[in-house]
Design a protein around this ligand. Structure first.
Ligand SMILES: *Cc1c(COP(=O)(O)O)cnc(C)c1O
Length: 371
């Protein structure tokens, strides 16, 4: 029996760093046959998601994937509680809100750790190497793209430093995986985490841990979690052809479409599109007199944090509402003691969208005075 479902939705330009603007095909994929996720065909779909993620990360030969029904923080908790054994110790690079979230998770679970870095401070690689060379640490955990500031930490360099010191790396690529050109097999990254709704442009609800195959025995031994057990989650899907617990069925269908689109566009082309979009925002905002939080060399080209400290009369809420009226969502800042707002280019967005954003901001600026 057929049911026909059709409706129109507005396409909004989301400049918040995920959940992102999705394509029409990803939205349409949400409407699918009702299915019991224990069916074999659904197991095939879940395994295809894992293969697709490993293909995006260029890790099909070297790495494995574990999927969780959770937002990205679930994957953070999963990797920290699964990879780090009771007598291990992790060094966490903390230069933004998400690095501090890793610290908070370690505190919650009593995971032995130390932190290095300050909010908004670019990692000092010599210092990182010196600390790791002390031999006190089994793991180094850091954020690749610090979404709170738009800072791009030096993924390849930091990973190489850790490996030189015999330390395994845990990298949060939540807001860069799928767009930033990166190879799991070449970097030999030990654990990488991300979610469905950022640079892969799927719906929110799934997150994942991509890990080097050599860590399977340790993962089996070391997990301290119940739901967020990376080994059990991986093993169950491969041995039983289903996830341990109920997956978000429709979100999986949409994610399958989003992964297909990512592979079709290629990560290299997506990166070009992002950086092109980012440059339009950067140039447009600069022209309008805005200043940016970070120096150019530290910018991710995925997100731009705009520094409002010289504009005391600027009301983010008023600005947000004016742009929302034009179908554009801008995002507040989170940096302690600094007034910023953020715009990200994550999503199915194109240069025309960016020009529309700049025009909308220009119209706003010309109507208001901020000093
Ligand atoms: C989005 C994000 C997360 C996870 O946030 P959720 O709200 O749990 O999805 C973690 N780390 C970084 C760097 C992020 O950008």
């Amino acid at each position: 029996m057929k049911q026909h479902i059709s409706k129109s939705v507005n396409r909004t330009i989301l400049l918040n760093p995920g959940p992102a603007t999705t394509s029409a095909a990803v939205k349409a994929a949400l409407v699918a046959d009702d299915i019991c996720p224990r069916e074999h065909s659904f197991g095939d779909l879940m395994l295809r998601l894992c293969d697709g993620l490993l293909a995006i990360g260029d890790g099909a030969e070297t790495h494995e994937a574990a999927l969780f029904a959770a937002s990205g923080t679930g994957a953070m908790e999963a990797v920290l509680t699964s990879a780090i054994a009771k007598d291990d110790r992790v060094l966490i690079l903390t230069n933004g809100a998400y690095g501090f979230r890793m610290r908070d998770i370690c505190n919650t679970f009593g995971i032995s750790h130390e932190t290095l870095g300050r909010y908004g401070e670019f990692p000092d690689l010599e210092k990182v190497e010196e600390v790791l060379q002390s031999g006190q640490f089994s793991h180094l955990a850091f954020i690749h793209h610090e979404t709170s500031t738009g800072m791009l930490n030096q993924l390849e360099d930091i990973t190489a430093i850790a490996h030189r010191s015999g330390v395994a790396v845990i990298v949060d690529m939540m807001s860069s995986f799928g767009a930033y050109p990166f190879s799991l097999s070449q970097t030999q990254a030990d654990f990488v985490i991300s979610s469905s709704n950022k640079c892969i442009h799927g719906m929110a609800g799934l997150s994942y841990v991509l890990f080097h195959k050599k860590h399977l025995p340790a993962l089996e031994k070391n997990s301290r979690g119940y739901y967020f057990d990376v080994f059990k989650q991986w093993k169950n899907l491969h041995a039983q052809h289903q996830l341990r617990f109920t997956p978000p069925v429709q979100i999986c269908y949409a994610f399958d479409e989003a992964i297909t689109e990512t592979l079709k566009e290629t990560v290299a082309e997506r990166w070009k599109r992002y950086t092109g979009n980012w440059q339009i925002l950067y140039d447009g905002l600069k022209q309008l007199g805005f200043r940016f939080l970070l120096p150019d060399a530290q910018q991710s080209r995925i997100l731009l944090a705009v520094d409002l400290s010289s504009l005391p009369g600027f009301s983010f809420d008023d600005f947000h509402d004016a742009l929302q009226h034009d179908g554009i969502t801008v995002y507040p800042g989170v940096i302690p003691e600094t007034r910023t707002f953020r715009v990200a280019v994550i999503g199915d967005l194109y240069p025309d969208d960016m020009h529309r954003v700049v025009a909308s901001i220009e119209a706003y600026v010309h109507k208001r005075t901020f000093s």
